[in-house]
Design a protein around this ligand. Sequence first.
Ligand SMILES: Nc1ncnc2c1ncn2[C@@H]1O[C@H](COP(=O)(O)OP(=O)(O)OP(=O)(O)O)[C@@H](O)[C@H]1O
Ligand SMILES: [Mg+2]
Length: 308
Amino acid sequence: MSLVVEAKGLKKYYDGVKAVDGLDLEIGEGEIYGLLGPNGAGKTTTILILLGLTEPTAGEVKVLGYNPAREPLKVKRLTGYLPENLGFYDDLSARENLLYTAYLNRIPEREAKKRVAEVLEIVGLSDVAERRVGAFSRGMRQRLGIADVLLKDPKFVILDEPTSGIDPEGAQQILEMIVRLREEKGMTIMLSSHLLHQVQRICDRVGIIHQGKLVAQGSVGELGAVVEEGQHLFEVRASRVDEALLDTLRGIEGVTSVEVEGDLIRVKATEDVRPRIARAVIESGAELVELKGHTYTLEEIYLRYFQE
Ligand SMILES: Nc1ncnc2c1ncn2[C@@H]1O[C@H](COP(=O)(O)OP(=O)(O)OP(=O)(O)O)[C@@H](O)[C@H]1O
Ligand SMILES: [Mg+2]
């Protein structure tokens, strides 16, 4: 599999702020990659570096084999970019806006008309193509933005928060459209989002970015497995909880932490220690009321990283 994005040790410092802080990133051809992280994590900055719109403080990047800082035009020709806040001419219709973009991209007029009709169809805006964009909803604008990105038939598409501010149904439609672009056109797609649960389903792999660092990367399944392997969580209820019992639990091989919340004891461990927990409770003279294992969802993994 050839790589569309290859970045190593990427850093971008703004005086004092480490927006991107040593990022390694690889995206393979035909992949849908989700860059996920909370506000201010460094998603947009990473994207701007990939596009050659800002220079990294340190590190190496290649996009489709080109160095975006040195050959931004080559990268730009092959890459479609949907920015966080896209601007259109509100007084022009959807079709006119796209024709203007085609003109800026030097697409010949006859071909432009054809391509504009085609991309309007792909994003489902053919019926409202003649309407003023000023009267478009946020979801419609976003779809028009994607149509705009598709005009030059890019090999690689970067979408910065494509579903932000859009209701769940509209977001779903956009995500389905992204999947179709990959299936039908073989495009490689990178999208950023702070809404993990929303985009995880369509991503082959996700990278979780926090304070400019990639804290986890892999398929959704892989990330879940990593956490399950490294961290098991057990919830224990005993008829009586005292310090002696807690000390015994803390002393169990594999247990990494024991916390009490009301009558609930939360035990974290590197392996399944349920039989040992049960024995400890009973040997303390208490009764074991409840003992259950807890498997992390990706949402919890994500939150866990962001709380650290
Ligand atoms: N031009 C700039 N000058 C100074 N600091 C900046 C600049 N651009 C970004 N930053 C800082 O870098 C950090 C990362 O910002 P970035 O926009 O990349 O985050 P993000 O993950 O895209 O966040 P959001 O989800 O809010 O879009 C933030 O602390 C931000 O304030
Ligand atoms: Mg951003």
